[in-house]
Design a protein around this ligand. Structure first.
Ligand code: FES
Length: 157
């Protein structure tokens, strides 16, 4: 028996892919974990050496592969271990966000932020906010490849 539409909506949980820089945001996420700060378990973390290393195509690939939202986070301005990678990341992010908006992707689905290694609580708050906003939007149906193709779950294995 096929599940009803109402059951599908109830079972749906947002899937967020988070690209976190190794030195600050990833450490902040780690601190949230070791501090046992509660936050939604809806995030797949991809650790990158620096947020400046993130390629805008990663966002498109994540959305195509079944992500409902994407978060990019790096060190605060002035704290990047590679001087200005975070500022380059913000410029790249701004460009791709405009392009995604043109393609009909809601602005809340793709977000950019700064989190330091000492901000475990801030990381948890940001994840909470992003998950809530994406949950309110519902599943991502734009850019997504056919359901029969390998999705985010398969990519994470
Ligand atoms: Fe964290 Fe560059 S090292 S943003």
């Amino acid at each position: 028996m096929q599940p009803s539409k109402a059951e599908d909506v109830q079972a749906w949980e947002p899937r967020i892919v988070a690209f976190l820089c190794n030195w600050c945001s990833y450490a902040g996420a780690d601190l949230a974990g070791v501090s046992r700060i509660q936050y939604p378990p809806n995030v797949w973390v991809v650790r990158v050496p620096c947020s400046g290393r993130f390629n805008p195509l990663y966002i498109i690939k994540a959305l195509q592969s079944g992500a409902d939202g994407v978060l990019v986070s790096g060190c605060h301005p002035g704290d990047c271990h590679y001087i200005s990678g975070n500022l380059a990341a913000r410029r790249k992010f701004s460009m791709i966000k405009d392009l995604l908006g043109y393609a009909g992707i809601e602005p809340e689905r793709v977000q950019f932020t700064w989190v330091s290694a000492s901000e475990g609580g801030r990381y948890a708050e940001i994840v909470d906010k992003v998950v809530s906003q994406v949950r309110a939007l519902g599943p991502n149906k734009k850019l997504r490849k056919c359901p029969g193709q390998a999705g985010l779950g398969a990519a994470a294995r």
